[in-house]
Design a protein around this ligand. Structure first.
Ligand code: F6R
Length: 593
């Protein structure tokens, strides 16, 4: 949610920031802006909409220092005026996060005779720095941020300062070290191939970046030493190759993501993890959106294979509940980005209540890894499309690994269970290669509403299929348990609607068939996703379309049955004229609450 970037170095700062902003655009695309220090003055260009809208305005602008921003609007509508950087009295600021006490700060600053140009919360920051400035930018920044409540990653420039200051508090900020150049950014892929090493700033850090050096201070301005690690993000992960969109590219990368995650899980210190899980008597799984849907599946796995009580709850709900947890409770926080505000807060609360916390994340340096006691990696590679696809499948592998170890702790065998995942990469590949859904997508495009149903594990897959279609194609609909149909949603079914029934458990096929008949009896059309050969014939006589997927391990079927649904969402979005990579009103990494 909002991407920030800064540059100090020997090359043209404008080009580096523009390149970085294009890489960061998935974090917000309501507006973009850049400020470049040219000698003693600072050039600013801000545009509503996409990063490419800056191109004409910044053409020919050169400098050694610059800051940039791509916005996901929270306070104030998308507009040139509300675009960052915000500037007051020679101080220029880009901000990712939310200033919770901005209203009272703004009232105080207005009472002092200051005026505001934008509707944003962020504009109080350059005002505060300006207020506290007495010739030393670092001191002014330290005093200003002490007044802020909320989350913020900031990059700051001043007319009289040859460099950039970065601040981090509950929003990601990463320093990048290149050859004769330094960067600050929200996410390492943004500076892939520009910075060889990265260093993750901690909450309270203030970094001073000049052409020659980087110094990191804490909030009391004491020098800090922070670990630098290799920047493994590569430009290749950002290249679309032959694919027209990241969403399609990332669906095609699922077999590799699943295989890489299996390999990474097998490298986890099993002894250490088993010891950590000893004595666990309850499991809480939490996350948001797609990550939450993987929690729903893992909850059933815990109950079935570990014989433990399990709860799956969205992080945005769980954090406000008085859920009984103690030192025997395992809280599993699932997040692709590792930066989702609600999931981070749920993990912090779990720690506070004494629970054991495991993070399942695709970003090894993200905030959630610093909160959790233990991290199980997801190795999906950079996911640029806002809609999660490959990370969902890879998260399920990491969760399956955790459940296999937990089952072992509870007297089953880890090896037998985990190796059931070995066939999944090939099965994903076979499923993706066999998809022929364009005719179906043309029909779904015309539907007034699209409803996804399933039972057992397929219910979570139905919810995920519905979420994906809604967000990328803007088609209204719902995903719910087949058995719930007659308790309400059936009222919405008529001949203008389309339903998708997910059926990967042969024990539940008969029940699903009767739900399908309830829909067709009301004139609704149905496509069935089915892996049970014996049912395909029956389905062909009732359904408008049948998607036959390969048979696989029942427990792991959510990794396969989601694939046609992801593709349907992608294709329908394209047919509807939507950009599947940048859904309306959304952005990746929801760092605001
Ligand atoms: C949907 C989607 C979102 C994310 C959610 C959590 O396609 O991508 O629902 O799953 O915002 O994000 P992470 O996993 O980064 O915590």
């Amino acid at each position: 949610m909002c991407g920030i970037i800064a540059y100090a170095g020997k090359n043209n700062a404008t080009d580096c920031i523009y390149e970085g902003l294009k890489n960061l655009e998935y974090r917000g695309y309501d507006s973009a802006g850049i400020a470049v220090k040219r000698g003693d003055d600072i050039f600013v260009c801000k545009r509503e909409g996409r990063v490419k809208n800056l191109e004409e305005g910044i053409n020919g602008v050169r400098g050694r220092f610059a800051i940039g921003h791509t916005r996901w609007a929270t306070h104030g509508k998308p507009s040139d005026r509300n675009a960052h950087p915000h500037f007051v009295g020679g101080f220029y600021v880009v901000h990712n996060g939310i200033i919770e006490n901005y209203a009272e700060l703004k009232a105080e600053l207005l009472a002092e005779g200051r005026s505001f140009f934008s509707e944003t919360d962020s504009e109080v920051i350059p005002h505060l720095i300006n207020k506290y400035y007495e010739g030393d930018l670092l001191c002014a920044v330290a005093l200003a941020v002490r007044r802020l409540k909320g989350s913020y990653a900031l990059c700051i420039m001043h007319e009289n300062f040859s460099g950039v200051i970065a601040v981090c508090n509950k929003s990601p900020a990463i320093l990048g070290y290149g050859k004769g150049e330094y960067f600050v950014c929200s996410d390492a892929p943004a500076i892939a191939d520009m910075a060889e090493e990265i260093c993750v700033l901690c909450d309270g850090d203030i970094a001073v970046i000049t052409e020659k050096s980087v110094k990191i201070y804490n909030d009391r301005l004491e020098l800090q030493v922070r670990e630098r690690v290799a920047n493994f993000a590569s430009k290749a992960s950002l290249d679309l190759g032959d694919c027209p969109h990241y969403m399609l590219k990332e669906i095609k990368e699922i077999p590799t993501a699943v295989q890489n995650t299996i390999t990474a899980c097998e490298a986890v210190d099993l002894q250490k993890l088993s010891a950590f899980l000893q004595g666990v008597d309850k499991v809480v799984l939490t996350g948001c959106g797609t990550a939450f849907h993987t929690c729903l599946i893992a909850k059933d796995w815990v109950e079935e294979f570990c014989s433990l009580c399990a709860v799956a709850e969205t992080a945005g709900e769980w954090r406000y509940k008085k859920s009984p947890v103690n030192e025997k409770t395992l809280v599993v926080a699932v997040s692709q980005s590792g930066e989702t505000a609600d999931t981070l807060e749920a993990a912090r609360l779990a720690k506070k209540y004494g629970a054991r916390v495991i993070a399942i994340t695709n970003v090894g340096y993200s905030a959630i890894t610093r909160i959790a006691d233990f991290t199980i990696p997801v190795v999906a590679g950079a996911e640029i499309c806002v809609a999660a696809t490959k990370s969902y499948c890879a998260q399920l592998i990491s969760l399956w690994f955790l459940i296999a170890v937990l089952a072992k702790v509870n007297a089953s065998t880890y090896e037998q269970l985990f190796k059931r995942a070995y066939t999944m990469p090939q099965l994903c590949e076979k499923t993706i290669n066999g998809l022929s859904l364009d005719a179906l997508c043309e029909k779904i495009k015309e539907a007034s509403g699209v409803y996804f149903i399933g039972r057992g594990l397929d219910c979570a897959v139905a919810k995920e299929g519905s979420l994906k279609l809604k967000e990328v194609s803007l088609k209204p609909g719902e995903g719910y348990a087949s058995g719930e149909l007659k308790h309400g949603t059936l009222a919405l079914i008529d001949k203008s609607t389309y339903s998708v029934a997910v059926m990967s458990d042969e024990n539940l096929c008969e029940k699903n068939l009767s739900a399908i008949k309830q829909i067709t009896a009301r004139g609704g059309k149905v496509a069935a996703v089915c892996s049970c050969k014996e049912y395909i014939k029956k389905l062909l006589s009732v359904c408008d379309f049948v998607i036959s997927i390969p048979k696989c391990d029942r427990a792991l079927s959510p990794i396969i049955s989601v694939l046609p649904l992801q593709y349907i969402a992608y294709k329908v979005a394209v047919l509807c004229g939507c950009d599947p990579d940048k859904p309306r009103n959304l952005a990746k990494s929801v760092t605001v609450e």
